[in-house]
Design a protein around this ligand. Structure first.
Ligand code: ZN
Length: 116
């Protein structure tokens, strides 16, 4: 269960950004979570809601975008989706593949209340 730690780091990152830029209340936080990061989106949202209760982020919605695991073959340049952590090119069977996405753990954007 490292979702709690991730939720805490998301909140503290956004908190310091809000303070630094003096932003209005945050309505939505969108995060991109790669398949390889091994995070359960529902657990992340659950923990986020639990730690933001009775805080300025109580009304903030956390959106989790799941990023599929994708790789590219270094031999034939074929790009493919990695299934069941099977890191081998489906075209030429080469094991020389590089991961192109799936390790993400980023905040993609935050949406704040309209000041007007
Ligand atoms: Zn290949």
């Amino acid at each position: 269960m490292h979702e709690l730690a991730i939720a805490q780091s998301i909140v503290s990152t956004v908190e310091s950004e809000v303070r630094r830029q003096n932003l209005p209340p945050v309505i939505q936080i969108a995060v991109r979570i790669g398949a390889l990061s091994d995070i359960v989106p529902d657990a992340l949202i659950f923990n986020f809601e639990a730690i933001t209760r009775d805080t300025p982020f109580e009304q903030t919605e956390l959106l989790v975008e799941h990023v599929e695991l994708k790789a590219r073959c270094k031999v034939c340049n074929h790009a493919f989706e990695v299934e069941n952590l099977f890191f081998s090119c489906p075209d030429c069977d080469s094991g020389q593949v590089e991961l192109t996405q799936g390790e993400e753990l980023d905040i993609s954007y935050i949406e704040v209340a309209d000041n007007n």
